[in-house]
Design a protein around this ligand. Sequence first.
Ligand SMILES: [Fe+2]
Ligand SMILES: [Fe+2]
Length: 285
Amino acid sequence: MLDPAQFSPGIQKTLLTSAPFWALEHELAVRYFATELRTEETDKRWIGHQMFKEWTGSGVYGPRSTTVATMIREVAEEIVGLDSGSVAPNPLRSTYVKLSFASDELRHYAQLHDLYLLAEKSSPPPSIADLGYLDGGRELTELRLKWREDRLGEIAVDLSEGGGLGLYFGIRSSAAHLDSSAEVDREILEVAERTIEDETRHLLGRFRSAQKHELTEPDWTRISALLREISHQKLIERNEQFNFVLSDDEIAKVLDSPDLELAQTFLTTHLGFLLDELGLTAHVD
Ligand SMILES: [Fe+2]
Ligand SMILES: [Fe+2]
């Protein structure tokens, strides 16, 4: 059993502390897609809110005003002045990395926009700002923006991107409950698969970058605690996004007595590449 208590503070323990939250997010998605809780209205609610998240990053992309659009503008400003006679003023690797990230997130937004139009044929989606109306989502953004100001908090915010892909892996696990004769359901599965392609890279990149910092055990203890706080709020947000399929007790229980078996199953089924990266594979039962 991958029990965080068996590990000294470090990135391994940080991953294991977060995994129960990610695993419950996976359960949330499975429950939503496998039960009667799902309606056309609830579909529009989760897709719309996800569009907002992909566009704004909910505090992950940078300071408050950062969006996919501002990232692309920054990249454009770094390169529009270059012509065949110029010498780039800075190394361009960071420009390319930022463009690639913004391009992935633009794709996620665009594919969800198309999905929204399949779920709601009679009118276009509301504005991006209007899609971000969930209380739990606003609190998540504020929490991330607060911790971004802190050296260790910023690492925790970075590691919180995507929540271990609990939602998208949950959609993958729900394939049998989706209706392959319905266009919306087919597209939900395709969106999940295309997003998993990009977000597994983002997740691995975030964990690799975190390992490059020179951090002490107390630093990691703090990062773990902050990531736990963010992951908890992220679960509250997800639950609101998916029409409260989890009870408050289930969410509170992850803080007090996390289900390590569920977390291990989630990690080994979906995030084997991250267990490999962090040297945890040998510890799996
Ligand atoms: Fe994304
Ligand atoms: Fe991402």
